[in-house]
Ligand binder design. Structure first.
Ligand SMILES: [Zn+2]
Length: 284
């Protein structure tokens, strides 16, 4: 148990030996397909551009093989990203398994996986202008798959029932409802744990608690990823701005984010991944 709680159970005589057992990586990724065509993308043909206004979200489409580039434009800003199969909203980004397979933060060469029972590549990160950041002395890193998303329910729990309507969860819900014509509360059920683009986070070493700190992102920084399947995406410009102080309020300076979707030289020859090979009989 982390040190934030008093320890009520006496340590056994062999506590030191038990703690000294070396960890092993749960999911060695060596048998996964090697990511192809990494590096800064060169657009070919038309570029579709979307501007995400501060404390709002917008949706975008990308065909399999196209590249999606998310860019910080006017100031340091964090974005909360959702991805769905464009033809089936029940197949969506699975931040938990992406975290288990690649780590708490993702960068160039990592895959964004879809949920069970699909579990296939939805997108591959092909370029990350912040990959120089690495892991800082606090254990912080950029682009996390640990933070779920800011949401009005947690805000109400922690702040005496406060009603705030521009958390990323609500922004993504409104954007998806508008894009799909689903009722608001039905669209809400499709909003899921995000990729926190540009957000700098980690877990405190002494108590294991989730922390955030001001993002190192600056205007011009960008994250590029290739759509492995036809995607519907939604991106929220988090009300936390650079997430250096707080979120779930209108007090922090926020900036827009830009999304560009375009073909590259590899788009026309792209082959989407096959369905997962598990037969789904579950032993029956
Ligand atoms: Zn947020």
């Amino acid at each position: 148990m982390p040190n934030r709680r008093p320890k009520l159970s006496p340590a056994p005589d062999d506590a030191l030996q038990r703690r000294a057992i070396k960890p092993i990586v749960c999911y060695p990724p060596e048998t996964l397909p090697s990511p192809q065509n990494l590096g800064p993308a060169t657009p070919i043909g038309a570029i579709t551009t979307h501007i995400i206004q501060p404390r709002e979200a917008a949706t975008f489409h990308a065909n399999a093989g196209q590249t999606i580039r998310i860019t910080s434009i006017d100031g340091p800003q964090v974005g909360d990203l959702n991805l769905w199969n464009a033809h089936n909203l029940t197949e969506r980004f699975f931040s938990g398994k992406t975290r288990a397979l690649h780590g708490t933060h993702v960068t160039t060469g990592d895959t964004l996986w879809s949920n069970l029972p699909h579990l296939r590549a939805m997108a591959t990160i092909t370029h990350d202008s912040l990959d120089w950041y690495g892991i800082d002395p606090y254990g912080g890193a950029v682009h996390d798959v640990i933070g779920t998303r800011c949401d009005p329910y947690t805000n109400a729990l922690l702040n005496s029932g406060d009603q705030y309507h521009h958390c990323c969860h609500s922004n993504l819900t409104r954007a998806l409802a508008e894009a799909t014509n689903l009722p608001l509360h039905e669209a809400e059920t499709h909003v899921h744990d995000v990729l926190n683009v540009f957000m700098c986070t980690g877990f405190t070493r002494d108590t294991g608690q989730y922390f955030m700190k001001a993002s190192p992102v600056r205007p011009g920084d960008h994250l590029e990823f290739r759509a492995e399947i036809d995607l519907l995406g939604a991106l929220s410009a988090c009300p936390g701005g650079d997430c250096g102080a707080e979120h779930s309020s209108d007090t922090t300076r926020c900036y827009p984010l830009q999304i560009e979707v375009f073909d590259t030289a590899h788009t026309s020859s792209h082959t989407p991944p096959a369905a997962n090979s598990y037969n789904r009989t579950h032993g029956c």
